[in-house]
Design a protein around this ligand. Structure first.
Ligand code: ADP
Length: 196
């Protein structure tokens, strides 16, 4: 099983890149944000609960998020591997992920690829994206800044967790999409080769 974590602040391009890489390398893209949006759209109990956090730009509590991720991982045990986008976002989620991967697949995270983008560029990108995405958390600058604040308060530290295990690779997240895909693909090729 191949497990790649795509890491970075909101608007850093994780979703865009994860989708391209998943296709290119035949891995499954799991986005916790997309899973929450699916649940919100369908008014499931999980969706209704998550909505109250997402609309304020806050993280959804760890337990709810981890339970949702576990279901998704379990349901797709036939896959060759996963690209995780938006999980883990707290150190406690990173620990939960390690346990889950051991329990379900006797596997570990292979690498965490971290995208770097300046804060002001993030805000601009998300506001621009809101025109098409229709996401209620994308169109309001206060909510966006709150998401970025949550990132610095709770998520950025997760990179240390992977750095300490020599699993963190930092990639420039500004530039054109193809350039960034190239840089990430290069890393993924190395990972796949090392697992052959
Ligand atoms: P972005 O990375 O652009 O903020 P996402 O689609 O990844 O967008 O996430 C949207 C929202 O979903 C987050 O702001 C957060 O409220 C919630 N969310 C997604 N993943 C997690 C997670 N792992 N833990 C807690 N909340 C999450």
């Amino acid at each position: 099983m191949i497990i790649i974590v795509l890491f970075g602040p909101p608007g850093s391009g994780k979703g865009t890149q994860a989708q391209i890489l998943a296709q290119r390398f035949h891995l499954m893209h799991i986005s916790t944000g997309d899973l929450f949006r699916y649940n919100m759209k369908n008014n499931t109990p999980l969706g209704l609960e998550a909505k109250s956090y997402i609309e304020k730009g806050k993280l959804v509590p760890d337990e709810l998020t981890t339970e949702m991720l576990k279901d998704e991982l379990q349901r797709n045990s036939d896959q060759k591997g996963f690209i995780l986008d938006g999980y883990p976002r707290t150190t406690s989620q990173a620990e939960a992920l390690d346990h889950l991967l051991q329990e379900l697949y006797n596997s570990d995270v292979d690498k965490t690829l971290a995208l770097h983008v300046e804060d002001e560029a993030l805000v601009k990108r998300i506001l621009k994206r809101s025109i098409d995405s229709g996401r209620s958390d994308d169109g309001d600058e206060n909510i966006i800044r709150n998401r970025i604040k949550e990132y610095y308060e709770k998520t950025e530290i997760v990179s240390e967790y992977y750095k300490n295990q020599n699993k963190l690779v930092e990639v420039k997240g500004e530039g054109n999409i193809e350039e960034i895909t190239q840089a990430l693909s290069h890393e993924l090729e190395e990972i796949l080769q090392s697992k052959d």
